[in-house]
Ligand binder design. Sequence first.
Ligand code: GSH
Length: 206
Amino acid sequence: MSTLKIYGVPRSRAFRTLWLAKELGLDYENVMVDFATGETRRQPYLSINPNGHIPAIDDDGFILWESMAINLYLAKKHGLGTLYPTGLQDEARVWQWSLWGMTEIERTVLTAMFNRAILPEDQRDAAAADQAEKELQHPLDVLDGAVGKTPYLIGNDFTVADLNVAAILSWARPARIDFGPFPKAADWLSRCALRPAAKAARDLQR
Ligand SMILES: N[C@@H](CCC(=O)N[C@@H](CS)C(=O)NCC(=O)O)C(=O)O
């Protein structure tokens, strides 16, 4: 029996952790808590994550929530020296990019995706989506610059920093974000998305 439980349906932010679990080859159980049914906001799930959000994990009795914290923890535990760098400064840069994803791009990509793809058509706000895409221009330019210098965010190799940022940007396609001005970022994103583990995690969403 698996000792790692990953709470959250794959078409939620749990995708980030499922992708990582596939990269690491972890044995896990995906507990299908769904945001659409309201069960994220009810017991027994609130005992796992009192915020009422997915994902969360139970790692042999250790409960953790917040997708980035979960991914950094699992990558350090199981991928030290591969997906998680060993050097102090490279580790800090992994945190930098993960926090950057959450604070600089997540809300805007989500706004664009909701208003271009998720909400019923009569509830979509095209101006809000356009404004969100406008706000994304600068951070995407920053990303484009970073992956123009090295193939991946921390250097030559794919790490959990790439996974965390690319998982957020997996919403950019349904959000119809134009990557034309950011060719390096577009190339980096497709290299991340084409990884077998990313594909395996996407298959779980079907
Ligand atoms: N900052 C949290 C956000 C988690 C979050 O909002 N998850 C959504 C699904 S993608 C959710 O649980 N929504 C249901 C709800 O809030 O009741 C994280 O990254 O883990």
